[in-house]
Design a binder for this molecule. Structure first.
Ligand SMILES: [Zn+2]
Ligand SMILES: [Zn+2]
Length: 176
C-alpha cells in the first residue's frame, strides 16, 4: 500500500510502545514465572521469523491484490510502499494476542505476543536498513542486503526471509 513518509515510519514509534505495554501486562501478575515468561517471549520472536517467511512467500507473492501491492515495492524498493501500522497491529491483536491470552492466560500470552511484536519491529528495521542504508562488505547487513536484492531483482521465488535466511534453507528456497 502507498503510504506517506510518516505512515511508513510509524512502525518504529508504535511497536516499541506496544511491546512495552505487553511486557507490563506480562509482568503485572505476581508471582512472576520468569523462565516461562522468557521462553514465551523467545517463542514469539522465533514464531515471527517463520510468519515473516510464510506471509512473504504465500501471501505477498500469491494472493492477487496483495501481490500487486508487493510488486510495486519490488519495482521501487525505496518508495513508501508497505503495510500500514494500523493493519499489522490489528492483525497481530486479533490473530495472535487474543488467541494467546485466551489459551495461555495474561502473563504468558502477553509475553509471547511481546516477543512476536519485537520480531515484527526487527523485521521492519532490517527491511528499512537493507533498502536505505549502506553496508560494509562482509557485515551481516551486507549479506542480508545481497540476499534481499537477489529476491527483488533476479530470483523472486527465492530468499523470502528478510531478517534470517534460516527458513529459506528449511524450505529449500535459498538462491544458489
Ligand atoms: Zn517479495
Ligand atoms: Zn524489499
Amino acid at each position: 500500500m502507498q503510504l506517506t513518509r510518516a505512515g511508513y515510519l510509524a512502525d518504529f514509534y508504535v511497536y516499541p510502545g506496544f511491546a512495552l505495554a505487553l511486557a507490563a501486562l506480562a509482568l503485572a501478575p505476581a508471582p512472576r514465572p520468569w523462565p516461562a515468561l522468557a521462553c514465551a517471549a523467545g517463542a514469539g520472536l522465533v514464531t515471527w521469523t517463520l510468519l515473516e517467511y510464510v506471509l512473504h512467500r504465500w501471501l505477498f507473492h500469491r494472493v492477487s491484490w496483495i501481490r500487486e501491492q508487493h510488486e510495486a515495492h519490488h519495482r521501487d524498493p525505496q518508495a513508501f510502499v508497505g503495510t500500514p501500522t494500523w493493519l499489522s497491529l490489528l492483525a497481530i491483536s486479533a490473530l495472535v494476542m487474543l488467541p494467546s491470552l485466551l489459551e495461555w492466560g495474561v502473563a504468558i500470552g502477553s509475553s509471547f505476543t511481546a516477543g512476536l511484536a519485537l520480531g515484527y519491529l526487527w523485521y521492519a528495521a532490517v527491511h528499512y536498513a537493507v533498502h536505505h542504508w549502506r553496508a560494509t562488505p562482509g557485515s551481516a547487513l551486507f549479506r542480508l542486503k545481497r540476499l534481499h536484492a537477489m529476491h527483488h531483482h533476479r530470483e523472486a521465488a527465492a530468499n523470502f526471509g528478510v531478517t534470517t535466511p534460516f527458513w529459506d534453507r528449511v524450505f529449500r528456497t535459498s538462491s544458489r
